[in-house]
Design a protein around this ligand. Structure first.
Ligand code: PLP
Length: 233
């Protein structure tokens, strides 16, 4: 194990947990109501080992190749692996076999691919559907206007379990913009939950720079990389 990641995490993890605790306190929520997904993308296997050693059980990766490499070296079932990056349809099968949950299902086409594969294999794949709450063309995800209909449709597909929604806030936005972005996702989620239990309770929102705001707006899962492992090169 690389001692520098161990040392780094011994400093950064308590700070991140404290930030989560303050945000959950401030909104009258339990600390345990927010899951910390440690985003290890672009960091070495040593970072992953150090994270596991520190008790971080949820890990996020954004590229199938990197996920595959880390799973091959460390084993799949040491952690809950979250696929958080844009996924090409042709890699959907591989991603479904490697990750325990795919957070970045951003199109009906991709959802259909996963559904087809999982029916063939006789498995159920856990997913989150990604919503483009900012409207930026550079961001993937379902459009706000049609998200409810599209996601309900996907949730009815066999072989898929939609556990909730995911979004990425616009980069560098101010506090008001971030608040309205996260609130927008929560509103869509509420509409979906009004339809029954077809869509699960998870709201994956918040990263290093904005997770306190996301928690105040109801996030159940924060995806944190930089605050834990430092800047990616
Ligand atoms: C990289 C990434 C993160 C982590 O971002 P940080 O700002 O480093 O915390 C979270 N979510 C997604 C989808 C990412 O690609």
């Amino acid at each position: 194990m690389n001692p520098s990641y161990v040392r780094l995490l011994s400093q950064t993890l308590p700070i991140v947990r404290e930030r989560i605790a303050e945000a959950t306190d401030a909104s009258g929520r339990e600390f345990d109501s927010v899951r910390l997904v440690a985003v290890t993308k672009a960091h070495s296997v040593d970072a992953v080992s150090a994270a596991l050693d520190a008790g971080l059980a949820d890990l996020g990766e954004n590229r199938v190749e990197e996920l595959e490499d880390k799973v091959a070296k460390l084993g799949r079932d040491l952690a809950t692996w979250h696929m958080i990056g844009h996924l090409q349809s042709r890699k959907a099968k591989r991603a479904s076999q490697l990750a325990h949950i795919i957070q970045s299902v951003d199109s009906t086409k991709l959802a259909n691919r996963i559904s087809k594969f999982s029916q063939e294999e006789g498995v159920t794949v856990r997913i989150l559907t990604q919503v483009n709450t900012s409207g930026e063309v550079s961001k993937s995800g379902f459009d706000m206007a049609s998200a409810v209909d599209d996601i309900l449709c996907i949730a009815e597909s066999p072989g898929i379990r939609v556990e909730g929604l995911m979004t990425m806030a616009p980069f560098g936005a101010d506090k008001e913009k971030l608040t309205s972005t996260f609130r927008g996702l929560r509103k869509i989620h509420e509409k979906l939950r009004d339809q029954g239990d077809l869509v699960g309770p998870e709201l994956s929102m918040g990263m290093t720079n904005d997770f306190e705001i996301a928690i105040r707006e109801g996030s159940t899962m924060v995806r944190v990389g930089t605050a834990l492992f430092g800047r990616r090169t």
